[in-house]
Design a protein around this ligand. Structure first.
Ligand code: GRG
Length: 299
């Protein structure tokens, strides 16, 4: 797909997702304002909105209707709320103690550690309130299944499990199999979830759901390896946070374990595998360009 056309489409889709995110955010009214402000700040701080974009495109790839965006809107919002909560908690003093994200003060830097914790808790619950409300209105069973997949991949057997090993090994040398576990779960699980959930919501058969999940797994690996590369090749302006933070924090990364050359080659290899699976599943030229863009991104 031509770069100008791609940029135009991604901007429009991101704008649509930002509108959807607003739809389910809490009102800043009365005493609720105390929690709604840090919650809304965290979501409105920006971000690429990749997970809702990927969920939407997986849904369209598997035959979901472009007209039924209202049907998947609660899932597009839910997945971004979960992602946002994970970043807010990851930035806390007890974890990475980061003061800057997306070029702005992190939630705890602006509202205090207590409200960093509470905003994350609020966002995680808001995600399930939003998705389960939609599931209650859907009699196909697809929405409940999609929410269940997201719940599992965001939890102990997914993102939380990966983050736990990462935290446990902080300051220690990490072995390749441990790094693989961390990547697959901390970053990969949520991306697998969006590919699988998109397919489920489109009513795809079991085999297609599995292929989409595998596609997500390759996209997730490429994405995380690229994230490690950006920490050494990007600028603070581009990535919206300090560079070389992994080295400063003595963190083992894909680059420190395997070198820059292999890291770059593996981003390419995982992206290629994802694109092969995409081609087998159906026709979605925008998703194809989005996966390539994620591998070549500068932020
Ligand atoms: C606290 C349970 C818990 C989990 C935290 C996601 C995560 C797990 C930690 C964030 C740290 C990190 C570098 C994770 C790798 C995944 C990643 C690159 C996240 C950033 O995602 P982007 O680039 O962020 O999509 P934006 O800002 O664009 O939304």
């Amino acid at each position: 797909m031509d770069t100008t056309v791609f940029k135009d489409i991604i901007n429009k889709k991101t704008e649509m997702i930002n509108d959807i995110l607003e739809r389910f955010l809490p009102e800043e009214e009365g005493y609720f304002e105390i929690i709604s402000r840090p919650v809304n700040y965290s979501v409105r701080a920006g971000g690429k909105r990749l997970r809702p974009l990927l969920l939407l495109e997986s849904y369209l790839l598997c035959g979901g209707s472009e007209e039924k965006t209202d049907y998947i809107a609660p899932f597009l919002a839910g997945i971004e709320y979960i992602h946002t909560y994970s970043l807010v908690h990851d930035d806390l003093p007890a974890m990475d103690n980061d003061m800057l994200r997306r070029g702005k003060p992190t939630t705890h830097a602006k509202f205090g550690e207590d409200f960093g914790i509470l905003a994350g808790d609020g966002l995680l619950n808001l995600a399930y309130e939003t998705m389960l409300d939609a599931a209650g209105k859907d009699n196909t069973g697809c929405a409940v299944r999609a929410a269940a997949v997201i719940a599992k991949k965001a939890g102990i057997y997914g993102m939380v499990g990966g983050q736990s090993l990462d935290v446990h090994l902080t300051g220690k040398a990490i072995q390749p199999d441990e790094l693989d576990f961390i990547f697959k779960l901390k970053t990969g699980a949520l991306i697998e979830a969006v590919f699988a959930a998109g397919a489920i919501l489109a009513g795809a058969d079991e085999e297609t759901v599995k292929v989409c999940e595998r596609m997500g797994s390759h996209v997730g690996m490429a994405f995380q390896i690229k994230d490690d590369l950006l920490d050494i090749t990007g600028t603070e302006e581009e990535i919206g946070k300090p560079v070389n933070s992994d080295e400063k924090n003595n963190k083992t990364t894909y680059v420190t374990l395997f070198g820059q050359e292999k890291a770059e080659a593996d981003v390419y290899a995982h992206t290629k595998k994802a694109l092969e699976l995409l081609e087998k599943t159906g026709d979605n030229k925008f998703l194809c360009s989005l996966i390539k863009y994620m591998a070549e991104r500068k932020s």
